[in-house]
Design a protein around this ligand. Structure first.
Ligand SMILES: O=C(O)[C@H](O)COP(=O)(O)O
Length: 225
């Protein structure tokens, strides 16, 4: 089956460069709302049979136009939420960004024992995200459908795909941006594992929907010095 892992639309926290991972989290900016509408239009011809969002409301708001267009319900799944920032929560400085993204990219390299300061380690993240993906796949197998869309988060998608998708890898995940409404597509199964099909790091509705001035720590190239 195919999984479209979609990052949510822009939030006020993304504009400020805030490490904002608490529940329920912020809604979208006006640009974020437009990104979500454009994402639905861009995916109008995709045969999406099931649509999932995380427990943070920004993903549910982002999924709403796509749900309307495809006449789908949004299923909110535990386990798809952003990687908790621990004691870095709400910080906006570059050292904190580096520490947060450095930790999650090291998980994508397989160093799962590393811990976010006062937060989770890589084992805890992969356990909950893998379990969520297993739920998505089991339903697809039961209902015999081929494509599911999963609206999740910058660090969570990059880290999961970096370790789990053949053709990605931690270095790739670090270097490839994942702007708001960027999409990482993987194909595979629980038994065979996952292959990277494409990594569209820009807003799927087009570059006119990008916000080059946003600080956005989880969306940018983190291999850059
Ligand atoms: O730094 C961020 O942008 C926040 O920590 C959360 O990531 P997200 O915007 O992809 O949810």
């Amino acid at each position: 089956m195919r999984l479209l892992l979609i990052r949510h639309g822009e939030t006020p926290g993304n504009v400020l460069g805030q490490l904002d991972t608490d529940h329920p989290g912020p809604g979208l900016t006006e640009l974020g709302e437009r990104q979500a509408e454009a994402m639905a239009r861009a995916l109008a011809n995709e045969r999406i049979a099931a649509l999932y969002a995380s427990t943070l409301i920004r993903t549910q708001i982002t999924a709403a136009p796509l749900a309307r267009l495809h006449s789908l319900d949004i299923e909110v799944l535990d386990g798809l939420h952003e990687i908790e920032a621990g004691s870095l929560e709400k910080l906006t400085d570059h050292e904190s960004h580096k520490r947060y993204m450095g930790t999650v990219i090291s998980w994508a390299a397989g160093n799962l024992d590393q811990r976010m300061p006062a937060g989770p380690d890589g084992h805890a993240f992969f356990e909950r995200f893998d379990a969520a993906i297993a739920n998505v796949v089991e339903r697809a197998v039961r209902e015999r459908h081929g494509t599911a869309a999963v609206v999740s988060h910058g660090a969570a998608i990059r880290t999961w795909a970096g370790l789990r998708a053949r053709g990605a890898g931690h270095d790739f995940a670090a270097r490839h941006i994942l702007a708001n409404t960027g999409i990482v597509a993987v194909e595979g199964s629980l038994d065979a594992g996952w292959n990277l099909i494409h990594w569209d790091g820009s807003p799927v509705g087009g570059l006119a929907l990008a916000d080059p001035t946003a600080e956005d720590p989880t969306g940018r190239d983190v291999a850059a010095p």
